[in-house]
Ligand binder design. Structure first.
Ligand code: PEP
Ligand code: MG
Length: 853
């Protein structure tokens, strides 16, 4: 392995890295190098190399030199926040570049106004294998001038040059559902970490491992024998990584003998591959479909026909069309990222899958090939996507066919962006029930849930992304109604009873009346609950239950108060820490916590310490890539890994002042993802240190309550040990359910089955309550189960005395509490613990509510 000389990628002033006003660089957390204060606006390659990554926000590029050295160039500081504005990219990942080639362009004036600093660190990130043997600094430089020389450390592996010989390994696929969308995305993600060309081969068909869509379209099933092939510099390692990934099963074991209960077991026959043609309505006007999202709606039909987007075939020059495609992809990417930032978990997971498809190199390469042949960007994109749509539809696999919607959605979004057309802006009348052949996720995300009463589609599947979104938005929905739904007249009266799987067209007076009564009962229950939202929640036998709301901002705190919540049982502080390049300092945190405490006007506020890691990445925390992030460095593990972050946060929390005239104690502290008592002790030690530093008394009156979130099975089964030292326990049922059931909470494929009312989860809650009782500690629930009115009686019966809900549901939870007697709840809870499935628990809870507490 040879030395490599890096030349200046920018014109400017070169300085030591220590002068970078950002600890991530100045403390060399990412590696050693130099910093350039730029006078030019183009970043060039400092040596011959391959582009490893171009950051999504286009402000940073990593290259790998021929000898294996990895060079990160980061234009300006905190420029990620510009979301790509002011930057243009001249290269793509995987591309080979020569020293001096243009990599990025940027608007120097815009950066000067909007970025924290223009300083551009150039950092070698794999210093375990290289050292900087010569460097030039503290002088003006021009592009191409000498910058530094890197030399390999002794014993480092020689990187083979450009071996084109292909190696291969046979694998039998153990994944229960074969290689569908999610495993395909994982394979692509892993493949992108290598330079080698990696492919999967099934019979005569082959796809690049970097292309999730290509891999999906191979329709690899459980038990299939496939070959993994690789060629190039790191072919051996790449091959091994992909083989390990597939053989490891990616968390999807062997198939179960019988189909699982619930939505996922819907018949495969409901998926139609081609557009459905209208058929006659049945005589009784009742169409039968498959439940996609529960609820009852009465409204008027609004037919949605997706207009065809016209696309010219001939291009206007390769450069023009290439640029148009790049810009359109960037525009769609930015829109998806913005939507994901505002959304709930389900929406985020779905949009994450869309981003993986959008990044699929095969799709873009397919479009670019056609552009190179003189076609327009739109024609190229439509053809590239269309090929995969046909392939997926032709596979006869229900789960893969459901992903077709996602591809069509992306096809349309990119075509719209290319045509400069704005999104569909059909104005919908209130109470609209949307009828369509199919509905796309982005169409549903664009509607106002206050206006749309429901939707029904001719095609579609119950586990499609649009179904999951509808459930998250509270919109009742049916899918797979067949061609009849396309014959319904615009404006026709409809009753959509998603729970019974029926769409009644032009109902007669008695049917309408019955539906109206049922709906009115539901609505009046809601209205009565809202009217009594500010009354306390006291059970029939006189026990007060605290109903709190979860918060993440001042706005959430205001919503909590408006809905009658009596405090906040979970402040998710990580929202302050994400989407930025440096963590908030003590003052900023103290100001934010104070503002939320003030908005709650003295009501209790339980502040959870930083819960990043897993699916919540913070760019300034260099958490190494993990195969199982949900089981990796997250929650309290991150806080104890970086204790200065924890101390800063605890100091900020301790500074929150109570409203005038009130004693301290409004704020309690809660620690996420605890797996053993030692972690709580370590946090308490940091807390006591922070108190001492702030000169706080450690007497009983000053003792800030420190509680624990029960989110791991380990914490639940040792709750008696933890409660001996924790001041309270609050159950995070979202994570607890994921870990007890071994089902990823962010996996849309599992969304229909991951139910916190599973008896196994209830047994964990039971253990937690019994452990806490031994030490006289209270137990709350702040995960999603607290917001599920069907679960309230069971939770109370198990011993929970605080519920921290989504603000909007707090009135209904309070109303539910008022209708219950604790004795009856206890009996119900004991029965629930003996059930064998979540469905059975739900049926039991429903019967209990009907017959009265
Ligand atoms: C939970 O896991 O239930 C919880 C409340 O924490 P989060 O959803 O923020 O992980
Ligand atoms: Mg959690």
């Amino acid at each position: 392995m040879s030395t490599v000389v890096l030349t200046a990628p920018l014109k400017g002033w070169v300085a030591p890295l220590d002068e970078t006003p950002d600890a991530v660089f100045s403390e060399r957390m990412l590696g050693d190098g130099l910093a350039i204060d730029p006078l030019g606006s183009t970043l060039h390659a400092p040596c011959d190399a391959v582009v490893v990554t171009v950051h999504r926000a286009r402000h940073a590029v990593t290259l790998r030199a021929a000898n294996g050295a990895e060079i990160l160039m980061h234009v300006g500081l905190e420029t990620v926040a510009l979301g790509g504005e002011g930057f243009s990219v001249f290269v793509r990942e995987g591309q080979a570049v020569k020293a001096g080639d243009k990599l990025l362009g940027f608007d120097l004036d815009l950066l000067a106004q909007r970025a924290k600093s223009l300083i551009t660190p150039v950092v070698i990130t794999n210093l375990d294998a290289f050292s900087i043997v010569r460097r030039d600094q503290d002088r003006a430089i021009s592009v191409g001038d000498f910058l530094m020389e890197l030399s390999p450390l002794g014993g480092a592996q020689v990187v083979a040059s450009t071996s084109t010989q292909e190696i291969s390994r046979a694998v039998t696929v153990p994944l229960a559902h074969g290689i569908h969308a999610r495993p395909a995305a994982k394979i692509a993600e892993t493949a992108k970490g290598f330079d080698a060309e990696i492919g999967l081969v099934v019979g005569a068909r082959r796809a690049s491992a970097r292309s999730p869509v290509g891999v999906m379209s191979l329709a690899i099933r459980h038990g299939d024998d496939i070959d993994v092939v690789a060629s190039g510099v790191d072919a051996e390692a790449a091959l091994q990584a992909i083989v390990d990934l597939i053989e490891g099963g990616m968390g999807e074991g062997a198939p179960v003998a019988a189909p699982m209960a619930g939505k996922a077991s819907a018949p495969a026959a409901v998926i139609e591959s081609a557009p459905v043609t209208p058929t006659e309505l049945p005589r009784d006007g009742v169409l039968k479909g498959v439940l996609a999202a529960p609820g009852l709606a009465i409204g008027k039909a609004v037919r949605l026909a997706s207009s065809d987007i016209a696309v010219r075939e001939a291009g206007e020059g390769v450069a023009h069309e290439e640029a148009a495609l790049t810009a359109a992809l960037a525009k769609v990417r930015a829109k998806i990222e913005t939507n994901a930032a505002k959304g709930d978990k389900a929406r985020k997971a779905i949009l994450g899958a869309h981003l993986a498809f959008l990044d699929d190199p095969e799709l873009a390469a397919g479009a670019r090939r056609l552009i190179g042949e003189g076609k327009s960007a739109g024609f190229g994109w439509r053809s590239a996507v269309g090929g995969y749509v046909e392939a997926l539809r032709g596979l006869g696999d229900r789960r893969l066919a459901e992903r077709v919607d996602d591809l069509i959605d992306l096809e349309r979004q990119v075509l719209r962006a290319l045509s400069g057309e704005e999104d569909d802006t059909t104005v919908l009348p209130p109470g609209a029930i949307l009828l369509a052949d199919e509905l796309l996720p982005s169409q549903l995300m664009g509607v106002d849930p206050g206006v749309v009463a429901g939707f029904a589609t001719a095609r579609g599947g119950p586990t499609s992304h649009v179904a999951i979104l509808a459930a998250a938005m509270g919109i009742p929905a049916l899918v797979a109604l067949g061609g009849g739904v396309l014959s319904v007249e615009d404006g026709a009266a409809l009753i959509l009873d998603a729970d019974s799987g029926t769409l009644r067209v032009a109902p007669d007076a008695p049917a309408l009346e019955a539906a109206q009564t049922a709906l009115a009962q539901r609505q009046s229950r809601k209205a009565a609950a809202k009217a009594a939202a500010h009354e306390p929640a006291i059970t029939l036998d006189g026990t007060r239950i605290e109903v709190f709301a979860n918060t993440g901002s001042v706005k959430d705190a205001a919503a909590a108060i408006e809905n009658g919540a009596e405090g906040s049982g979970l402040l998710r502080t990580e929202f302050l820490f994400l989407d930025r390049e440096t963590p908030p300092d003590e003052d900023e945190q103290a100001r934010q916590y104070q503002a939320i405490a003030d908005a709650l006007d003295g009501r209790p506020l339980i502040i959870r310490t930083l819960d990043v890691g897993g699916d919540k990445a913070a760019p300034y925390l260099p958490i190494p890539a993990e195969e199982n992030p949900a089981l990796g460095l997250r929650g309290v593990r991150v806080s104890l890994w970086r204790p200065h972050l924890l101390k800063t946060q605890l100091r900020a929390i301790l500074q929150v002042k109570p409203p005038q005239g009130q004693k301290r104690g409004q704020c309690k502290i809660m620690v996420p993802m605890i797996a053993s008592l030692d972690e709580l002790r370590a946090v308490r030690a940091v807390l006591e240190e922070a108190q001492r530093e702030l000169g706080r008394e450690l007497g009983v009156t000053e003792r800030v309550a420190l509680g624990v979130m029960i989110e791991t099975p380990a914490a639940a089964v040792t709750a008696d040990l933890i409660a001996a030292e924790a001041d309270f326990l609050s159950i995070g049922t979202n994570d607890l359910t994921q870990y007890v059931l071994a089902m990823d909470r962010g996996n849309p494929e599992l969304a229909a089955r991951i139910d916190a009312l599973h008896p196994a989860v209830l047994r964990m809650i039971d253990l937690t309550c019994r452990g806490a009782e031994k030490h006289g500690r209270w137990v709350g629930v702040c995960g999603g189960l607290a917001s599920d009115v069907a679960a309230t009686a069971i939770l109370l019966g198990l011993g929970v005395t605080e519920l921290s809900t989504t603000a909007s549901i707090a009135p209904e939870v309070k109303a539910q509490v008022r209708s219950l007697s604790l004795d009856a709840c206890r009996a119900l809870a004991q029965q629930a613990l003996q059930q064998t499935s979540p469905e059975a628990v739900r049926a039991l809870a429903q019967a209990f509510t009907k017959t009265g507490a």
